[in-house]
Design a protein around this ligand. Structure first.
Ligand SMILES: *Cc1c(COP(=O)(O)O)cnc(C)c1O
Length: 383
């Protein structure tokens, strides 16, 4: 059996090698490395896929968040409500721009921001809600959009982990990242749509906002060497765009495969009371960027991680520490909130390998090994 990896990027490359190599060769012979037709074509193709008017590509997913927030023109001290359980970048950019991150509780089942926690955190300075579609599952956008509407707030969706996921709002299904004022994503290699380096994008249906993002990503320049604002330099290069154009065609197929794998994990593990399996919310088409279990105790989580490793099975803890407990956040948040669900998740979550290339044989081995380990622990407890 092949070595098991969290994400098998090499096998993925081999499965589409001819097309990828062709795309790279095309860019090399054009010698057009920055902007140009590959980048434009990718932006158009991604906009079509998402059903959104504008896609502005940029250097990475963190820049995408930063550009979206810069373009919204908030004042220093304005508050942005965001989940306490997410990758650091989400809250980092808020603080970096002199705005105030307000990290709030998530719901235990979905891992995503709790609408009730958002309601409790609203103040006169709240300007936006920044939900994260964590692990490939949409946040509860119906409620989030309602709260935003009632309080005239922007919704900025961090879609770095959920490209291709969908969310139901009213009777309609939409791609995640397209129902708020602006959405952002990352093309980091291990993300659902990953390039061969760094990349990211901002998307929106708002024409003026799209213009501002484009200007800000290019030194605030409106005409060549005429700079209207202080911006940044953040761009997707043509090689990455050409690679992403190939991979975008496979995204739905790969996401369907992830869902199949997730289903098989669930079938094989759901009977174990020591493990909480990921739940699917009825408003969400989940694409399983991660398959994340909740163990009954922190000790079980830590033991399983070590024991799986000894059996050749990698696993990861996304994430071991709440945003609000990060040292870097201390000067930026008024007081450390008591987010008990987030704390509990940080102590008990464990993500298993999941990628379209994981074979049935590898998966069976992971399921049977994990089940054995769990049963051994529970026997110890009973004796
Ligand atoms: C990966 C990720 C980012 C940042 O993307 P980069 O491309 O690594 O800058 C932001 N938010 C979330 C939730 C992520 O998972």
């Amino acid at each position: 059996m092949k070595t098991i990896q969290m994400v098998d990027l090499h096998s993925q490359y081999l499965s589409i090698q001819e097309e990828i190599d062709g795309a790279i060769a095309r860019v090399l012979s054009s010698s057009r490395f920055i902007r140009g037709e590959e980048v434009e074509a990718f932006e158009t193709e991604l906009a079509e896929y998402l059903g959104v008017k504008h896609v502005i590509s940029c250097g990475n997913g963190t820049d995408a968040l930063q550009l979206a927030l810069m373009a919204l023109d908030y004042e220093p001290g304005d508050e942005i409500i965001t989940p306490d359980f997410t990758f650091f970048a989400t809250a980092e950019v808020i603080a970096l721009l002199g705005l105030k991150p307000v990290p709030v509780e998530v719901t235990y089942d979905s891992f995503t921001i709790s609408p009730n926690a958002i309601r409790r955190a609203l103040t006169k300075r709240t300007k936006a809600i920044l939900p994260v579609h964590l692990f490939g599952q949409a946040a509860d956008m119906r409620q989030i959009l309602n709260i935003a509407k009632g309080h005239s707030l922007d919704v900025v969706e961090d879609n770095a982990q959920a490209l291709g996921a969908e969310v139901q709002v009213g009777s309609q299904w939409h791609k995640t990242g397209t129902v708020g004022r602006v959405g952002t994503t990352s093309f980091f290699p291990s993300k659902p749509l990953g390039c061969f380096g760094d990349g990211g994008a901002v998307y929106t249906n708002d024409d003026e906002l799209a213009d501002r993002v484009r200007t800000l990503a290019n030194h605030g320049m409106t005409r060549r060497y005429h700079h209207e604002r202080i911006g940044i330099n953040s761009r997707l290069d043509a090689l990455q765009a050409a690679i992403l154009r190939v991979k975008l065609k496979y995204l739905d197929q790969w996401n369907a495969k992830r869902r199949e794998i997730a289903m098989r994990y669930t079938q094989g593990l759901a009977y174990l009371p020591e493990l909480g399996i990921p739940t699917i919310e009825n408003y969400s088409y989940h694409v399983y960027h991660q398959y994340t279990l909740k163990c009954v105790t922190p000790e079980l989580r830590d033991n399983l991680k070590e024991e799986l490793k000894a059996k050749g099975i990698p696993s990861m803890v996304y994430y071991p520490k709440p945003i609000s407990a990060q040292k870097a956040m201390r000067p930026h948040i008024a007081s450390i909130p008591s987010n008990k669900v987030t704390q509990q998740l940080c102590e008990t979550v464990l993500s298993l390998p999941i990628c379209p290339e994981l074979s049935a044989q590898q998966q069976d081995y992971i399921v049977s090994t994990l089940a054995q380990l769990v049963e051994r622990h529970s026997n110890h407890v009973c004796v």
